[in-house]
Write a protein that binds this ligand. Structure first.
Ligand code: NAP
Ligand code: 8YV
Length: 312
């Protein structure tokens, strides 16, 4: 029997093997060549990437029925274009909560304790030449404001409590949680020692963290971002760090990935990661399995496991 055709952009061998149990799978090395040869047959798309799944791409696959996003944040997919074409979109919530929350907490710790700068200090021979590295800051007793207390944010809040950290949060709506809610982000930034942003990307959150928020966080404040770079006004953040209006930053995500501004790379008071929040073998396997199973189940039953909210 002829299998339906799926295109996989990004993703791992394991995911391709799982998809191949149901579909004839094309993997984009040369995306243009695959679309030219097979675009008319492709019904399913598994997508890994932080941009570019737009109307023009969808129009190259007129039979496209579903897009499975490898990741929980699906701002790379033009939802208006997908909905207008009747294409179902799925994502991978839940399976990465623990890993990404660990990354958030570890990044906050790394920044507070100066671990990256300390390592550079040691490797440069400065311990031996100049003596002990400068003292850092304890997280015990800190108040940390979480911007976006969703699935990942709640997992992070539990972990932060273990370190003696008080958690407060900002979102659009208050929730039934034992943490103080701030409807006003600037007010929260003013009251906390550190802020962890776990914001989704997209138009609604673009540059919501700008000069007013960062100035309120202040010269002794720490800003950690593991959500999306687009939610931060990056030039405003760089200026705040350079001018000492913001103390420190720990960043896993950037506005124009994989580009990281040279100004950030040059700064000692920032710790930088290449978008590795979920990037362990175990968690990426779980994400890949769910991404593949979403397409297989939709094909078999007409219902996906984890459609995005707009498609529920
Ligand atoms: P989630 O459960 O949907 O949580 C998102 C939270 O953000 C919600 O609590 C929501 O609360 C709040 N929110 C949404 N829009 C907002 C707005 N315009 N203003 C203020 N608050 C807003 O999502 P999640 O699973 O925790 O994932 C969150 C994001 O993390 C993803 O979308 C992705 O961008 C990012 N992420 C990054 C990595 C990484 O590797 N660095 C890995 C996974 C995920 P309200 O509804 O009350 O506003
Ligand atoms: C990415 C993420 O999916 O889930 C998300 O929203 O940002 C990450 O887990 C990962 O970088 C794969 O592209």
């Amino acid at each position: 029997m002829t299998q339906p055709v799926a295109l996989m952009i990004g993703g791992a061998d394991r995911t391709a093997e799982r998809l191949a149990q149901t579909f004839t799978v094309h993997r984009a090395g040369d995306q243009e060549a695959i679309l030219a040869a097979h675009g008319a047959e492709i019904e399913y798309l598994l997508w890994q990437g932080h941009g570019g799944c737009d109307a023009a791409l969808m129009d190259r696959m007129p039979k496209l029925r579903a897009i499975s996003n490898y990741g929980v944040g699906y701002d790379a997919i033009d939802m208006d274009a997908a909905l207008a074409r009747g294409i179902l979109v799925t994502h991978t919530p839940g399976v990465l909560n623990d890993e990404v929350a660990n990354t958030a907490v570890l990044l906050l710790m790394a920044v507070a304790r100066n671990f990256a700068a300390d390592e550079r200090y040691l490797r440069a021979g400065r311990w031996e030449a100049e003596g002990s590295a400068p003292l850092s800051r304890s997280v015990r007793g800190m108040t940390v404001g979480i911007v976006g207390l969703g699935r990942i944010g709640k997992a992070a809040a539990e972990k932060l409590a273990v370190f003696g950290i008080d958690v407060v949060y900002h979102g659009r709506n208050p929730q039934d949680v034992p943490h103080r809610f701030y409807p006003d982000l600037v007010e929260m930034a003013r009251d906390v020692d550190a802020m962890i942003s776990i914001m989704p990307g997209g138009a609604a959150t673009k540059h919501m963290i700008g000069r007013a928020v960062l100035d309120a966080l202040g010269p002794e404040g720490i800003f950690v971002n593991i959500g999306r770079g687009s939610s931060v006004d990056e030039p405003a953040m760089i200026a705040a760090l350079q001018e000492g209006r913001l103390g420190w930053a720990g960043l896993d995500v950037f506005e124009h990935e994989p580009h990281v501004p040279a100004a950030l790379i040059a700064m000692e008071n920032v710790t930088l990661l290449p978008h590795v929040g979920s990037a362990t073998v175990e968690t990426r396997n779980a994400m890949g399995d769910l991404a593949a199973d979403n397409l297989a189940q939709f094909h078999a039953t007409g219902k996906a496991i984890t459609p995005v909210p707009e498609c529920q």
